[in-house]
Write a protein that binds this ligand. Sequence first.
Ligand SMILES: Nc1ncnc2c1ncn2[C@@H]1O[C@H](COP(=O)(O)OP(=O)(O)OP(=O)(O)O)[C@@H](O)[C@H]1O
Ligand SMILES: [Mg+2]
Length: 366
Amino acid sequence: MDLKTAQPLLQLRGVSKRYGSFAAVDAIDLEIRQGEVFALLGPSGCGKSTTLRIIAGLEEPDEGLIRLRDKDIFSSVDNVLVPPQKRNMGMVFQSYAIWPHLNVMETVAYPLDIRRVSAADKAERARAAIRQVGLEGFEDRPSTNLSGGQQQRVALARALVYEPEILLLDEPFSNLDLRVREQMRVELKLLQRRLHIGVILVTHDQVEALTLSDRIAVMNAGRIEQIGTPVELYDSPRTAFVRDFIGAFARIRGVVKSTEGDFVTLGVANAGTVRGRLQANARLAPGDEALLAIRPEQVRLDTSDNALEARIDALLFTGDRYEAVLNCGGQRVETWLPRTVNGKPLREGDVITLDLPQNAATVWAR
Ligand SMILES: Nc1ncnc2c1ncn2[C@@H]1O[C@H](COP(=O)(O)OP(=O)(O)OP(=O)(O)O)[C@@H](O)[C@H]1O
Ligand SMILES: [Mg+2]
């Protein structure tokens, strides 16, 4: 299924939420498509949860329009506000709201009780939701006698049981340890692909956003910095904020010597010159201070016509490679290095040559 041509499931236009004079959400525009996992990614306090709560109907915006398929569910102009229970969205919060007096079956079936579903239908649908999250056999277990990962699955089953059109997840796995979190990530992706429902995922964890999402909106101080696929955001960050938030870059400071079309040549103090592609929105002229940024996995150890020498100050072993701190003409540069070069292990103190392929390096204004 081509997500690009899919009809919009949910649209937000100019949605703002202020607390006093502070804009927690500042005129954001979003469009989520049928069958898509869409992440709201950004640092603490940037307005992710507020946006999600606005979508769920738990928070009323000051301005804007929200449309679910072809129906307005909020409009400040037309005075529309559809209550949460009429929006057909399932929500899972960061801290699992599990009731101690209910077992798994009762917890999952609870939303159907509120919706007055018949007893037979209720049991069948609750069983199906429990199966979807891999908890069959746990139906009679008190919800509190479960591990964190299992409790989060119960919360997921409870959100799925009335077959919502959209699943809203606010940091659903942040209370789980790393291994369980990774496992839940894979299971959520498989479940979403099977059910083909829209998912809006709030996270401050870029790995979670990159691995799970079809598209990501990077948020900063109540605004959206950039929306794109994980590959677009990783390969072509449009702002310094997105560049610094997603993935790692090796960065080298320099001064512009010359520009030739899309390429810029930088002088790097005490190290030589190096060339890179001009970042899309950057305006640079000779003499300007600039920053060359390259993904660490693109840096090669080789001599070339676009290389700089550096000394290894520290090697931090991470299993498949080193994170390295280098000294490049007195400037500190951080990148990754392989465990060996031509069969020889790298050592701190070694002088190496960094080949920086010019098409992989972008030059930013500083
Ligand atoms: N009820 C409230 N009254 C006043 N300010 C609020 C209220 N709710 C949220 N805020 C503020 O709005 C901003 C956005 O909050 P929000 O909960 O959306 O952030 P977040 O991106 O989800 O952050 P985190 O990753 O820490 O959960 C924060 O600065 C927060 O302090
Ligand atoms: Mg939050």
